[in-house]
Design a protein around this ligand. Structure first.
Ligand SMILES: O=C(O)CCC(=O)C(=O)O
Ligand SMILES: [Fe+2]
Length: 354
């Protein structure tokens, strides 16, 4: 199902310590700001449990949180953004040589218009939509670098100095954070803290650098057009690093309205993906989100242009060999049959790209 209509956006204010809250009648929707510092540092089981419960209840309610105290230095994030910008600044001919080729690999450069994220699973519907309204973004997809079958598409070191080493460093840092957040989810679901450890240690993740070029507002506003259409993510969790431009919106599942996930400096936006929702028998929520044009600059009497935007998404996955079936403590009746992670992820990717 597609959510391409224009919707009412409710902007929200947030207090510094906690809570970006949108209140609206009975079905209030909030993306809480959760401090992870205590979880990482404490030896107190009680303190760990408190943070875990906060995270799990937010993932049950909205599927999205802002994480502070995550331990990734600002300098590391900034330099990864810089390297990403340099990458996208290379000439198209250089980037095109690194083209994304195969959903089983899911590595390489994706130029504007190749991807169309939607909730539809119908390949012909997606193809028609891509033709009419491609996503306005380019991306670079990076997987684990030691895979025996699939190789990352690295640019020449002389074209993009330190790109490879920065990205590999960032990949490892994000993997480590994923392990810690999954431990908090385990605790919040009354499982052993290390329950997920051996199911997520193969690092079958996907680091995606995103660049949304500046675009005339009239184009973005034409029917069905978005920087990234409404979709959910596929894996366990997504760690999303965004710049200050804005544009990410999250759907309130109770009302269907999209609300702005306004950038909060120093935080990572984290959301539950479809496999995590399935694993938890829908106790945890995988929420639709999209990227729209932020406020635009006037460039002529009739036309405005939206600024460029950069983001970095780290899509975390279970091991591709892991079978995903209903977790303990998540209801008596499993809603879904067991599914193999690799088959599921590759299947979802296969219909998304041209
Ligand atoms: O760029 C963003 O803010 C979000 C991107 C996203 O949701 C995705 O690539 O799955
Ligand atoms: Fe997403």
């Amino acid at each position: 199902m597609l959510f391409l209509r224009t919707t009412v956006i409710r902007h929200f204010a947030y207090s510094k310590r906690r809570l970006a809250t949108i209140s609206q009648d009975a079905s209030s929707f909030r993306i809480p700001v959760i401090d992870f510092a205590k979880f990482r540092a404490t030896k107190s089981e009680r303190e760990k449990k408190e943070t875990s419960n906060e995270i799990v209840s937010a993932f049950k309610e909205s599927g999205f949180i802002y994480l502070t105290g995550h331990g990734i230095p600002t300098a590391t994030i900034d330099s990864t953004f810089r390297k990403s910008k340099e990458f996208f600044g290379m000439p198209s001919e250089v980037k095109d040589k690194l083209a994304w080729e195969d959903p089983r690999s899911n590595r390489g450069y994706v130029k504007v218009g190749r991807e169309r994220v939607t909730q539809s699973a119908d390949p012909s519907e997606i193809a028609a939509l891509r033709e009419k309204a491609p996503d306005f973004k380019e991306s670079m997809e990076i997987g684990r670098d030691w895979d025996s079958e699939w190789k990352n598409q690295w640019p020449e070191e002389s074209d993009a100095p330190q790109f490879k080493s920065s990205m590999l460093n960032f990949y490892q840092i994000c993997h480590d954070l994923h392990v810690h957040i999954m431990r908090s989810i385990a605790l919040g679901l009354q499982l052993e803290e290390t329950f997920f450890d051996d199911k997520i240690n193969d690092q079958c993740h996907n680091l995606r650098l995103l660049s949304y070029p500046p675009i005339k507002r009239s184009l973005l506003e034409s029917e069905g057009q978005a920087r990234a259409g409404a979709h959910s993510d596929y894996g366990t969790l997504t760690l999303l690093f965004q710049d200050s431009v804005g544009g990410l919106e999250v759907q309130n599942p109770h009302t269907g309205d999209f609300v702005a996930a306004t950038p909060i400096p120093g935080t990572i936006v984290i959301n539950v993906g479809d496999l995590m929702a399935r694993w938890s028998n829908d106790v945890l929520r995988s929420t639709l989100h999209r990227v729209v044009a932020p406020p635009a600059k006037q460039i002529s009497e009739k036309e405005t242009v939206t600024p460029a935007r950069q983001s970095i998404a780290f899509f975390c996955n279970p091991n591709f060999s892991a079978e995903i079936s209903c977790l303990p403590n998540c209801g008596k009746v499993a809603k879904y049959p067991s599914v193999n992670t690799g088959a599921y992820i590759v299947g979802r990717l296969a219909v998304t790209y041209t």
